[in-house]
Design a protein around this ligand. Structure first.
Ligand code: F6P
Length: 357
């Protein structure tokens, strides 16, 4: 009699990002090669509550490495916030006969996986993904490189039009409460000022720098994170995981009003929002997604559960899910110093002093 195949479920939760499809593809190809049958749960943890799943085969995922988004759909569903949500997830494990579940997500999705492992010993393996790059246990998450590449191009386009019209341009990027997207965008596009969520925006400093930059170039660029503190936080709307819904804060609009008023220079702003989450994954994200997807399937086959696959240097290694979801990776002091050198004070001052000589 033929032996019953082991089954692995795969889900993608939280905000989508480029790299998810390469990761799904990598996991399916490797799991199938190791003799697993693969099932794709629909729309994140929601699929584990409803039990909605589709078969995944190497043939079925053959052409998705260059596709943005996730073929499995996603949601910000938190089973711990739904009545009988966790019981339904446990029931789905049984009913579908899952020997393992690969959960691809950020802090929230992996936080649920960590709790299911801790409380119920569910056979879960985590794959980190987020354009925010804010997971502390891994050097990089896929999605970040694609998002920042797009944001860098957007910034350069803004400078082109800003230069023609002699304007100051403000670009708002995503990234939540970690400033990695804003910092990488600002440095790579040669911005004149960067506003990060890790510290309160010093409006006086910003205006002074922009005036100096504008005096030299007749254009200036500010890159701001969506989550910066402008000293005006009020009652914020929260999602199911308790996160502020940041797109409603209108940071770029507010900043450009302040800048225009205080400098007297015409200022425009742009919010690229979800454009950072779409499109074909970059080379880096295709490779990283593929590698972590493959490794997650290997862990599932070897029974290495309660772990997340993490990039450390050039290695993909296991890190406990509990540890991986314990603290966010925000921009640390040495990176803030780099931001100050390149996108706030020192560089602009030095350049204007040189110009005056
Ligand atoms: O976590 C990824 C992210 O893109 C954040 O940078 C952003 O604040 C949030 O998701 C937006 O979420 P939504 O797609 O639910 O509007």
């Amino acid at each position: 009699m033929a032996e019953k195949k082991r089954k692995v479920g795969i889900l993608t939760g939280g905000g989508d990002c480029p790299g998810l499809n390469p990761a799904i593809r990598g996991a399916v190809i490797q799991a199938s090669a190791l003799g697993f049958e693969c099932l794709g749960l629909q729309e994140g943890w929601k699929g584990m509550i409803t039990g909605e799943a589709v078969p995944l085969t190497p043939g079925g995922v053959a052409g998705i490495i260059n596709q943005g988004g996730t073929i499995l759909g996603t949601s910000r569903t938190n089973p711990y916030k739904k009545e009988n949500g966790v019981a339904a997830v446990l029931e789905t494990f049984k009913r579908l006969g899952l020997d393992a579940l690969i959960a691809m997500g950020g802090e929230d999705t992996l936080g649920v996986a960590a709790k299911l492992y801790r409380d119920h010993k569910c056979p879960v393996v985590g794959v980190p993904k987020t354009m925010d790059n804010d997971l502390s246990a891994t050097d990089f998450t896929f999605g970040f490189d694609s998002a920042v590449t797009l944001a860098m191009e957007a910034a350069e386009r803004l400078v082109d039009t800003g230069r023609s019209h002699r304007r100051i341009m403000v670009l708002e990027v995503m990234g939540r409460h970690a400033g990695w997207v804003s910092l990488y965008t600002a440095i790579s596009a040669g911005a004149d000022y960067v506003c990060l969520p890790e510290r309160k925006v010093d409006l006086e400093d910003m205006v002074a720098r922009l005036r100096a930059a504008y005096a030299r170039k007749k254009v200036a660029l500010v890159v701001t994170s969506e989550a910066v503190d402008l000293g005006d936080s009020g009652q914020e709307e929260l999602d199911e995981f308790g996160h502020m819904i940041l797109r409603k804060r209108g940071v770029a609009e507010k900043l450009s009003e302040i800048i225009e008023k205080q400098t007297g220079i015409e200022t425009r702003n742009a919010v690229i929002g979800h454009m950072q989450r779409g499109g074909a994954p970059t080379l880096f994200d295709r490779m990283l997604g593929t590698r972590v997807g493959v490794k997650a399937a290997q862990f599932a086959a070897a029974g290495v559960f309660g772990q997340m696959v993490a990039l450390r240097g050039d290695e993909v290694v296991p890190v406990s899910l509990e540890k991986a979801t314990g603290a966010l990776k925000i921009v640390p002091a040495e990176w803030l110093a780099l931001a100050d050198l390149l996108c706030t004070g020192a560089a602009v001052q030095a350049a204007s002093a040189a110009g005056a000589r």
